[in-house]
Design a protein around this ligand. Structure first.
Ligand SMILES: Nc1ncnc2c1ncn2[C@@H]1O[C@H](COP(=O)(O)OP(=O)(O)O)[C@@H](O)[C@H]1O
Ligand SMILES: [Mg+2]
Length: 626
């Protein structure tokens, strides 16, 4: 351990006091010289020697102050689009995240020393700062600039391999700490790379939408910018969020997830809901229709009987040919007469058809599209009725009015000229897509839409990941979820968990972890979410839960702690009285958080502490792109 580590710059400026002392000395000398009529040579010689000492001390004092002031840095820096483009050109396959340094236990040590003092105490007086042409390091700032200053001499460009960014990145930061500013950097770089960009914005922040559009234009990709914006339906694209799925089980799963997120959590009905929706899906596919939100809503509102009849008609037509009805006549007649006795059962035609179906040999009834729905239709009516009722609010919310036309576009409606997109089209065309969720109006709808869209994007990404060729694979999808706590739900957490396997790079932006816990209802679910993140970028945050969690995620280190000790005493022995004294500095190793918790709440705007999949911890700051 080098002794220089303990030459702490973070201490009161003793040299300044000494210089002041020498200054007073000169004054006193001259004064006394005048009063007592001392010989002029005598006064000049002493004053000169004193002045030399003053200059020597003043130089030392200024050096220290300059260092302290250099820790201040500028409040914020900007970078032009042109400069950013140049930088991005030089870092193929990496993401530029501003400038910074690797934060090691040495920095933790320095930080702990500074924290033991009042930083103001080591600050030069404001007039010195003004004289040196710098702003005082802690005045007028949000946060403490010295945190970055600790490693300012090692500062370099921070670039992270995109490979590391696969999987999720948690981005936490209090309002105004710089989240949106970071998104701009990410979006611009992704646009330059030609990646797909999808931004989910629950708060419909005009700035974010404009920033994305500007980034796209500056990257020469203005024509790739699109916006889904239910708050401004006339200028929105239409987004068919049920268009992409590779397995027959996906549509039902997706709508179940939406219902679950809509009703605030899974319950006893959830698995039943899923099996009923699956029976609708199988039946729809059997008769050659595409499962969609509107279709599900129609079945839920009108009851499944109409679809059942359509399914059976198709089944019998395939079996008996066009005149299939004559084979069913007898069963329908029996059903009609029993219906008279027992009202409240199925319509006679349907009842007869079902009766006939059941008389067929078992192996000929092996049709998934028929059997599933038949089970649903014959299920306990009360039970089914309750379940369908619980499905209604979510389906109605997503299919009614403007939102309905936007989410379940009707390509046959020629009056509607708004372009229709789906996740497949967006990914293949490498669009830069802003999705405003308008949670201000209704956060349940926002949650449902985001669950739906993320599931659709995941289905597409998963398929690409599995089947696409190498070159196509190189183009990935960069996703940003701003204010994630507004829309987080358990289905969304499980989707995020699976995102990595699909090669998506998702940034989950939030103000605090506490908000997420509140929304999910348990810190265990929060853990689940954090387990799915490979990277953490922490801007300034407040609140115990959040800062503690950040510090825990960054990990611990061992630092050397200096223990200064002194003692004085006396002892008497044969030789007389001895005065004893000792002074020493002992060091001991101590385990502490690599990044002190106090500092998380004191980071200035645009400054972060982060760790990336590779394991390195970075203290960085990024500029405003403009
Ligand atoms: N172009 C700019 N010039 C000056 N200040 C800016 C500019 N852009 C953003 N800021 C300021 O930077 C801070 C961080 O903004 P922002 O990135 O929107 O934070 P967040 O998204 O975390 O709320 C805010 O205080 C904002 O006023
Ligand atoms: Mg913001």
């Amino acid at each position: 351990m080098k002794a220089i580590n303990y030459q702490m710059p973070f201490r009161p400026n003793f040299e300044a006091s000494a210089a002041a002392g020498w200054g007073i000395g000169i004054g006193v000398m001259v004064l006394f010289g005048a009063i007592f009529q001392l010989p002029i040579v005598y006064v000049v010689v002493i004053a000169t020697i004193t002045a030399l000492a003053l200059v020597w001390r003043l130089r030392q004092a200024l050096k220290l102050w300059k260092f302290i002031l250099s820790l201040g840095g500028e409040q914020f820096k900007t970078i032009t689009f042109e400069d950013m483009e140049k930088k991005a050109g030089g870092i193929n396959g990496e993401l530029w995240l501003g400038r910074g340094f690797e934060w090691t236990s040495r920095h933790a040590e320095l930080a702990s020393e500074v924290l033991q003092r009042d930083f103001k105490e080591v600050q030069p007086p404001p007039w010195v700062a003004r004289m040196l042409g710098k702003a005082s390091a802690s005045r007028g700032f949000v946060g403490m600039p010295w945190i970055h200053g600790i490693g300012a001499s090692e500062e370099r460009d921070i670039t992270v391999p995109l490979k590391f960014m696969e999987g999720n990145t948690a981005l936490v930061g209090a309002p105004g700490s710089g989240k949106t500013t970071l998104y701009r950097l990410k979006v611009f770089q992704a646009a330059l790379r030609g990646d797909t960009v999808i931004v989910l914005d629950p708060k419909n922040d005009r700035d974010l939408r404009n920033a994305m559009q500007e980034a796209a234009i500056r990257a020469g990709a203005g024509d790739r910018f699109i916006a889904f914006d239910p708050a401004h339906p006339s200028t929105s694209i239409r987004y068919d969020a049920m268009a992409n799925w590779s397995r027959d089980t996906e549509p039902a799963k997706r709508v179940t997830d939406v219902v679950v997120s809509f009703s605030g959590g899974a319950d006893n009905f959830t698995s039943y809901t899923w099996s009923v929706l699956q029976s609708f899906t199988d039946a729809l596919l059997f008769v050659g229709r595409r499962p969609s939100l509107k279709m599900f809503r129609a079945i839920v509102e009108g009851g499944p009987e109409t679809l059942m009849e359509e399914v059976l008609r198709k089944f019998f037509q395939e079996r008996y040919g066009p005149s299939y009805m004559q084979y069913l006549a007898e069963d329908i007649r029996v059903a009609a007469s029993s219906k008279k006795r027992d009202s409240g059962t199925l319509p006679a035609t349907l009842g007869g058809m079902i009766q006939h179906y059941k008389t067929l040999p078992f192996e000929e009834r092996d049709k998934q599209g028929v059997n599933g729905l038949l089970e649903t239709v014959e299920h306990n009516r009360e039970h089914l009725g309750k379940m369908l009722t619980s499905l209604k609010p979510a389906l109605i919310a997503l299919t009614a009015g403007d939102l309905g036309d936007l989410l379940s576009p009707d390509p046959m409606n020629l009056d509607d000229t708004r372009p229709i997109f789906d996740s497949g089209k967006i990914t293949n065309g490498r669009y830069i897509c802003y999705i405003g969720l308008d949670s201000m109006t209704d956060d349940m709808v926002a949650t449902a839409i985001s669950t739906l869209i993320l599931a659709d994007i995941k289905a597409v990404a998963g398929a690409r990941y599995n089947y696409a060729d190498r070159e196509e694979l190189a183009k990935r999808t960069e996703m940003i979820i701003d204010e994630a706590s507004e829309i987080i739900s358990l289905p969304l957490v499980s989707l995020l968990n699976k995102a990595r396997g699909a090669g998506l790079r998702i940034t989950i932006g939030m103000q605090s972890f506490a908000d997420i816990i509140t929304k999910l209802g348990s810190s265990a679910y929060m853990e689940q979410l954090l387990d799915s993140t490979q990277n953490l970028i922490a801007l300034r945050t407040k609140g115990d839960t959040t800062t503690k969690q950040i510090v825990r995620m960054i990990g611990k280190t061992k630092i050397t702690e200096v223990k200064r000790s002194s003692s004085a005493g006396s002892r008497s022995d044969d030789a007389g009285l001895h005065i004893t004294g000792s002074e020493g500095a002992g060091t001991s190793k101590k385990e502490v958080p690599l990044f002190p918790e106090e500092l998380v709440a004191r980071l200035p705007n645009f400054e972060y502490i982060a760790y990336f999949a590779g394991g390195t911890v970075i203290k960085g700051k990024f500029p405003i792109l403009m």
